[in-house]
Design a protein around this ligand. Sequence first.
Ligand code: IVH
Length: 687
Amino acid sequence: MSSEKDDLRRIRALSAQLHQHNFRYYILDDPQISDAKYDRLLRDLQALEQRYPDAVHAESPTQKVGAEWRPEDFVADRLPPVQHGVPMLSLENAMGTDDAVKWIDRVRRGLELEDGDANPPLTIEYKFDGVAVSILYEDGVLVRGATRGDGLTGEEVTGNVRTIRSVPQQLDDQHPPARIELRGEAILKHADFDALNQSRSAEEGLFANPRNAAAGTLRQLDPRISAKRPLDVFIYGVGDQQGIDLSSQQQLVDRLPRWGFLASPFLRSVNSTEQLLEIYQEVLDSREDLPFDIDGLVIKVEGAKLREQLGVRARSPRWAIALKFPPRQETTRLLDIQVQVGRTGALTPVAHLEPVVVGGVTVSRAGLHNPKEIDRKGLKIGDQVVVQRAGDVIPQVVKPIESLRDGTEKEYHFPEQCPACFQRVWCPEGEVIPHCQNLQCPAQVRGRIEHFASRRALDIDGLGEKLIDQLVTEGLVKTPSDLYRLDVDAVAALERMAQKSAENLIAALEQTKERPFARLLHALGIRHVGERVAELIVEHYRDIDSLLAADADQIEAIDEVGPAIAASLVDFFSREPVLQEIEALRQAGVQLKAQGPARPLDENAPLANMTVVITGILPNLSRDQAKDLVSRNGGKITSSVSKNTSLLVAGEKAGSKREKAEKLGVEVIDEAELIRRIDESTDPSGS
Ligand code: IVH
């Protein structure tokens, strides 16, 4: 006779199995067992539930039959939160082998090893470049899949995980552990990524790289979509475990294929620095031949005892480190450097390159930031140049290959006149970015109108770049308020403009008069006043007149608003043409007063509720770009490190802020990790 405990356990296992067969049958249309076998399992469960009526769960597969199952039963309208019992930690990054060697020294000190003592046993694995996933098995049956989220709370993605071919629905084990949570990386192999992109329509758009595609797939609401994208999972660790003790990496890796997972493609044991360096070089040289992306190696101290002794920090264990590979680089030709004029008049050089594929993405343009940067790098037009994607995302020109010059290369001179209006360029004292000061410069006017009409500003439907160009060129629009003076006839008279489209544009403009005041404030394009700052300001100044009357000190008193923002606002509103424009907008009837309660913050943003400090010189992003990136993703920027700081983003020469952060136990990350975290939690498919 089996004990009650065994019976209850069997009830749980049977209902999990039946759920998973329902899923395969009704959603994937790909059953794995015969109808007869399914019926037998269902009858077994019914019989057991009759003996234990209290154990019948409302969601039990016995409570619904056949035709009652609908795809909607499996398709979520949001991904429910999952609390990770054991936090899903991240890894500290070593940016080169020197850092890794220093880490080994720290480990040695942490374990109180003497000079003559051997190193602790270390294992080396690939650092898979995908997205982390947690997969929970109870009594050997897959019961839950989850994303990492912020490490403490992730999102439930069980349906999607069930579609992954290399994740067994049931562990192949006569005596499975009562509970085991396996953690790994969901990835897309190159071949599957290419096939997926080929099958995508123009509206769907292409995925930038396998990691983005994997992240988007794992967080799909509809598992039928995930099922069409062949993810794989490599398991690299264990979270929660009961009834088993898989405490060494070697034990885990030995067990995985027996349970039905993909075998780990790479695991080496090392105990000397020389071996580590050899393996690093070997993998770096062969990474391009792998069928999937890796972005480094992960070195782990082997064994539970030593790991416990070393312990963990807030977000990463002391017993492991990611040894990152340098970004992928390619060479190509620098065809030209062109200068773009932004809406603020800033002139930024852009490198036009012979298209080249860097880490799976075609690069044909790269920002060069400012003229000093071009001089520093010593670029000439026609040069063969090294290009890379920073943090494997943002394309940049690293350097020219001087040895490949043949004398045909041409010196580059930054223009002294604005390429759009030919007025003299001016570079403010102490700044590196030249400006065009002509407020009527057509490039600036176009830029301002484009910004005004853009989706996150006033969102003017049907007013795209081309039409704006026509309106500005024809002299119909010089300022945003001119848009509201357009009539159907004037618009319809433009080349290639149909009567109907003209009517639609005028109707769309009419609708934008209802957009909230904060959107309008952002749409005005005031320096340092992005979407979030505009909202903060409107929370305090509920209409334009009180804002016009405020001085810099008053504005600066708003939490999170610093002196640069306050000065920029006061300066903007002190200009006569701006005041005229505000009056014109008032006449047009747009909202210059806030209505209703302020919009709540986006709690799901990747950096929601985090206070972030940026210090040192970041390799790719300017300080403003980094701040903008953080605040666009929900983070709050402050200037000094305190115990309330959640993250310090440190670049080169980080100095005292880094020391303070380390003392206070504040997590320190680099630019690449910042970009990665934002990427990881942003679903590029837009669902
Ligand atoms: S171990 C407590 N091993 O890298 C240690 N992580 O940057 C947790 N990753 O979130 C991670 N390959 O998603 C580990 N062989 C590997 C890995 C790996 C890729 C990912 C993982 C983690 C991220 C940290």
